[in-house]
Design a binder for this molecule. Structure first.
Ligand code: NAD
Length: 476
């Protein structure tokens, strides 16, 4: 298989300015996959200047119809290369191939959605008191830095790149150190589809080394970041100095609330994959489960049985539902949390052990007996571990749900419509699903309350986030 291993700057692949590379390991077999270029601050400088020139010299003024045409063409080229992109993603981070195929398809649809949005994205005319003619314009910002994580590398990159380009910006995309391959290929394929040189630059490498240079550069007008709350907080502080625009999609510790009047069979058998999909490395993972006490025993029995049926196996097999964790460090970090719940008070109902095979695998675990002060209950584990606590009273349950500093996602199961409406309004989260676990739709806004973030990806809300709003008044 051919791996894209070079930075992508001004329409050309190129090595890092100092020739440095980082090696990628396949988490499914612990073998080295390839070496990819590790960008330096000189490469950051070159990428940002190239993007700024591309913005000034053409992309800003490119006809909306032409921008849309190029973006539809990018979607078409991505579809032609869907299998190659899926394989790259799966090999790089251990994502089950079936999930990788779905995510690449979603990335192509994201380009189509925003290509179509270009001709429907309008300003307003406003009847101001003074008469005359007052109208608003949505104008591109310039060069946007898009910084993305390793858990859903391709779709999250497209959620940022597509609306930013559609709104007329140029983008410097920085994938995570662990998962640069599909981002680098996106740069090449977008160029092949007709995107002018410099409009999309891709810098692989370490966030620690080039993050500050990218975020603080005076030509970067907006930073669109998805990743940990710790790094998001640092970016917001650095951006504050020059009042740069930021949008942040950060961590989560989402609740799964199950009332006794719910369809228990459906709730309990679908809930394991709402935590364990992507090996639990999911910002939306419903890892704090609240079950009404009278339904608890039945729920736990069905949940454990469904978890034991999950196929934990090689990500290259079509039937695999859960692959390895991304790295040995990530598995060790999850195991440290498991260590904290091996006391007498807790009960691990299933999983938490390593399957006897090579690769960074860990069997999905359900933990009972947590106190609300336990780290495993409060902190984002980012691995295949769910904790469950029974509740007796709706008000007390809601107080505990909202005690988390996070507020990204969640699920609510009940067949009582009034209760669904009442509780949905009270849960402090940016997205919530009722009687299912789907909280992500590319046509609808996605993002968090509180320390889960700021601003929204997806839907038309994202497109607004890549523009400045200008008001123009013409006297009569
Ligand atoms: P991370 O914060 O370590 O890294 C994210 C990106 O930031 C990477 O590209 C990394 O190279 C870069 N980075 C690291 N240090 C930087 C710095 N100082 N300046 C600028 N960039 C820097 O996160 P991760 O481990 O890749 O991803 C896991 C985290 O992402 C979890 O907390 C998860 O919840 C969160 N996440 C959130 C969402 C969401 O939509 N809310 C989606 C996916 C993941």
């Amino acid at each position: 298989m051919n791996f894209p291993t070079q930075l992508f700057i001004n329409g050309q692949p190129r090595a890092a300015s100092n020739g440095k590379t980082l090696s990628l390991t396949n988490p499914a077999n612990e073998e080295v996959l390839c070496e990819t270029a590790a960008a330096t601050t000189a490469d950051v400088e070159a990428a940002i200047h190239g993007a700024h020139t591309a913005f000034e010299k053409g992309w800003r003024d490119c006809l909306p119809s032409r921008r849309a045409e190029i973006m539809f063409q990018i979607a078409r080229v991505l579809r032609e290369h869907a299998e190659e992109l899926s394989q790259l993603e799966s090999l790089c981070i251990g994502k089950p191939i079936t999930d990788a195929r779905d995510e690449i398809a979603m990335g192509a649809r994201t380009f189509e959605y925003y290509a179509g949005a270009i001709s429907k994205f309008c300003g307003q005319t406003i009847p101001v008191a003074r008469g005359g003619f007052d109208f608003t314009l949505r104008q591109p910002m310039g060069v946007v830095a898009a910084i993305v994580p390793w858990n859903f590398p391709f779709p999250i990159a497209t959620w940022k790149v597509a609306p930013a380009l559609a709104a007329g910006n140029c983008v410097v995309l920085k994938p995570a150190r662990q998962s640069p391959l599909t981002a680098l290929r996106l740069g090449e394929l977008a160029a092949q589809a007709g995107l002018p040189p410099g409009v999309l630059q891709v810098l692989s490498g370490s966030g620690n080394e080039i993050g500050d240079a990218l975020v603080q550069h005076p030509l970067i007008r907006k930073i669109s970041f998805t990743g940990s709350t710790a790094v998001g907080s640092r970016i917001m502080q650095l951006a504050g100095r020059d009042i740069k625009r930021v949008s942040l999609e950060l961590g989560g510790k989402s609740p799964n609330i199950v009332f006794a009047d719910a369809d228990l069979q459906k709730a309990a058998t679908s809930s394991p994959m709402s935590v364990f999909a992507n090996t639990g490395q999911d910002c939306c993972a419903r890892s704090r489960i609240f079950v009404e006490r009278t339904a608890c025993d039945k729920f736990v029995e069905l949940f454990v049985a469904a978890t034991k049926r999950i196929v934990v196996d090689d990500p290259s097999k079509a039937e695999t539902q859960v692959g390895p964790l991304v790295s040995s460090e990530q598995r060790e970090s999850v195991e440290e949390y498991l260590q904290t719940v091996r006391g007498r008070r807790h009960k691990i109902m299933c999983g938490g052990d390593r399957p006897a095979r090579k690769g960074y695998y860990l069997n999905p675990a359900l933990v009972l007996g947590c106190e609300t002060s336990d780290r495993a209950w409060r902190e984002e584990i980012f691995g295949p571990v769910a904790c469950l606590r029974p509740f007796d009273n709706e008000e007390e349950m809601l107080a505990e749900v909202n005690a988390s500093p996070y507020g990204l996602s969640g699920s609510l199961w009940t067949n009582n419509l009034q209760r669904a409406l009442r509780v949905a309004r009270r849960v402090e989260s940016g997205v919530l699903s009722v009687n299912c676990h789907n909280s992500l739709h590319l046509e609808a806004p996605f993002g968090g309350f509180k320390q889960s973030g700021l601003g929204r990806d997806l839907g038309m809300a994202a497109m607004e986030g890549y523009t400045e709003l200008k008001n123009v008044y013409i006297a009569e």
